[in-house]
Design a protein around this ligand. Sequence first.
Ligand code: C5P
Length: 228
Amino acid sequence: MDVGIIVPAAGSGQRLGGAVPKQYRLLAGTPVLVRVIRMLRAAFEDAAMVVAVDRSWQDHAEQLLAEYKGSLVVTEGGSTRQESVFRALQHPILAEAEIIVIHDAVRPFASVGLTHRVVEAARQYGAAVPVIPPADTVKLLDANGTIETTLPRGRVRLVQTPQAFRRSILLEAHQEAAEDRFEATDDASIVEYAGYPVVTVEGEMRNIKITTPLDWCLAEQIVQVGCT
Ligand code: C5P
């Protein structure tokens, strides 16, 4: 299988509150992380997977994902998402992969179809991410919180995961970012920084990133009633 998968899952989930990080919480009886891995397994049956977790949750994650042992490894993440991904990317289990898919452990509603579309675009163009249009107008603020400029809404997009990249591009970009101490909150930004074009595919509204208590409430509704 020429697709390898990285799931950064080493966040502490402070914005949602509570002792258990959101990726381990039960959503209608199933941990969010397990939902994410099931979707990715359904998308790419034989892909090697690396799940980056906080050291204190490593045993728990290994137990949760025991049935995938062999093609899935749980590794220690870093202090930032970027570091978690960069470490995972260097794992030998991904050495043969030509395309790397990266998907947040807190986005349980991305579809198999979306994952396939992103991978096909990455095969063709080298780097691809799903995007959706914002409902609100987006402003750029100065350091005092005063509006500096209004971004043209027609050209603004919110970026989701799964994101997919040719492995060679992603590795080179992460190495360059680490050397330059360039920090970013997603992998597309790192690839952009290295000078590669990143194409977009149409994302999904229900592919929310569970971040706040309101997101959790919405996630429960999505599971229970669908919310299409
Ligand atoms: O913190 P943020 O909301 O950007 O997290 C997005 C994803 O990155 C989550 O799945 C989280 O678990 C992961 N993450 C990580 N290592 C960190 C911080 C976040 O793998 N140090």
